[in-house]
Design a protein around this ligand. Structure first.
Ligand code: ZN
Length: 419
């Protein structure tokens, strides 16, 4: 493997356990996330960013000074670049032992820590686009943590390179490493005044050459049914069974609008949790997703109509429905604020002979919440694949490409941001 400072950083950071925990109320949800945050703040200071620090919540901030003249810098937006330190609760992140497999030949790779875990192009066809790459995986007993330590390593290397070589043009860059992204709280405690930027990107997208400016519009609905319980032996005409009523509601949801039957631009209604129910009371939680506001509203209306119908059919039951918005498709917010975050992202890619592929996120990103709060924040690639699993991988070359692209992006904003 050729010397690659960004890959070396990545290999160091993935060994630090930073798994977040959805059942914890604290921020960060696990103290161990601060182990990496603290190290990043320290390394930024050692690079010469004196004001770098970790706050009480585990967020890390630092500034790469601009190379522009004062007058030009004043007219150029401050650029924030973000990555998250935590890894997914879906798979163990404890004792990650990264392995570099030099010059991938397209075959099946068996991971030494657990021979039942293989990387197989039959299941993971993207592997075949990486022949000759130096593949990085875990040893098969844990996830790798490329999501999002690849983003973290790229931004740290960017900082080191831009500080060392002041001939590389950049605007003022605010670096920010966040916590608890994987449990949906990545930017809950992020103070935008403290971040103090006008445009932003997250480096949290899988594969290479991808740009995401669209996420779902998301809402959650909770339906609770209260029935009437009596002894089943003497129940005729009296009992109202909450389990049956709730089952009718779930059965009436369109099967063609489920996560398992939709893709691309199609939205869905997904009943994901039945709380412990019995004949006297039962509850279901559903998530509603759509790329358009109208589509989301239609799904809200459908659930509302079904609840109304059952109320009419079972007047002695008590049916309650609450619907809560979760996050919005960031596209509309990006278009309203500064569309250059998209056009410049494409131009910066073309400058290094890369064509960006705009990818829909069938989920949310921290950038969706930031865009809604007024900071336009598309998501860009970090080279990783097959997130949240023991099959996760990245490559030395992908990390290098992500770094080269991020440098090109900085240069493009420096050279065109004041126009
Ligand atoms: Zn991520």
């Amino acid at each position: 493997m050729p010397p690659s400072p960004v890959a070396e950083r990545f290999l160091r950071y993935v060994r630090i356990d930073t798994q977040s925990d959805p059942d914890s109320e604290a921020t960060p949800s696990t103290e161990k996330q601060k182990d990496l945050s603290r190290l990043l703040a320290q390394e930024l200071i050692e690079m010469g960013i004196e004001e770098a620090y970790m706050d009480d919540n585990g967020y890390v901030f630092g500034t790469i000074p601009s190379t522009l003249s004062e007058a030009q810098a004043a007219r150029t937006p401050v650029l924030a670049l973000l990555a998250h330190v935590d890894t997914s609760p879906d798979e163990s992140g404890s004792g990650v032992n990264p392995i570099v497999h030099p010059s991938y030949d397209g075959g099946v790779l068996t991971l030494p820590g657990d021979p039942s875990v293989t990387l197989d192009p039959a299941r993971q066809p993207a592997l075949l686009d990486h022949l000759g790459h130096d593949l990085i995986t875990s040893d098969g007993t844990t996830l790798l943590g490329s999501d999002d330590k690849a983003g973290v390593a790229v931004l740290m290397q960017l900082a080191e390179d831009l500080l060392k070589d002041r001939a590389l043009p950049c605007p003022t860059i605010r670096l920010c490493f966040t916590v608890d992204e994987e449990i949906g709280r990545g930017v809950d405690k992020l103070d935008l005044d403290e971040l103090n930027a006008e445009v932003a990107y997250t480096l949290d997208g899988s594969s290479t050459g991808t740009l995401s400016i669209e996420t779902f519009n998301a809402a959650e609905a909770v339906v609770t049914v209260e029935g009437v319980m009596v002894h089943p032996g003497y129940a005729r005409g009296i009992m109202v069974n909450a389990v049956r009523i709730l089952s009718e509601l779930i059965a009436a949801l369109p099967a063609t609008e489920a996560p398992e039957t939709t893709a691309g631009r199609e939205g869905y209604i997904h009943p994901h949790t039945l709380s412990e129910g019995d004949a006297s009371q039962a509850q279901v939680r559903l998530i509603l997703r759509d790329f358009t506001e109208e589509g989301l509203q239609r799904r809200k209306d459908l659930v509302t109509a079904l609840a109304d119908l059952l109320r009419t059919k079972y007047p002695k039951s008590l049916i309650s429905l609450t619907i809560r918005d979760e996050y919005k498709n960031m596209r509309a917010y990006i278009e309203q604020s500064d569309l250059r975050v998209v056009t410049f992202a494409h131009a910066a890619a073309r400058a290094i002979d890369l064509e960006l592929d705009e990818r829909l996120v069938r989920g949310g990103t921290d950038g969706a919440r930031l865009s809604e709060r007024g900071l336009p924040t598309p998501n860009i690639f970090n080279g990783g694949h097959d997130y949240h699993s023991k099959f996760e991988w990245n490559t030395v070359q992908n990390l290098e490409l992500s770094l080269a692209y991020t440098k090109s992006l900085a240069r493009y904003w420096a050279e065109h941001g004041s126009e």
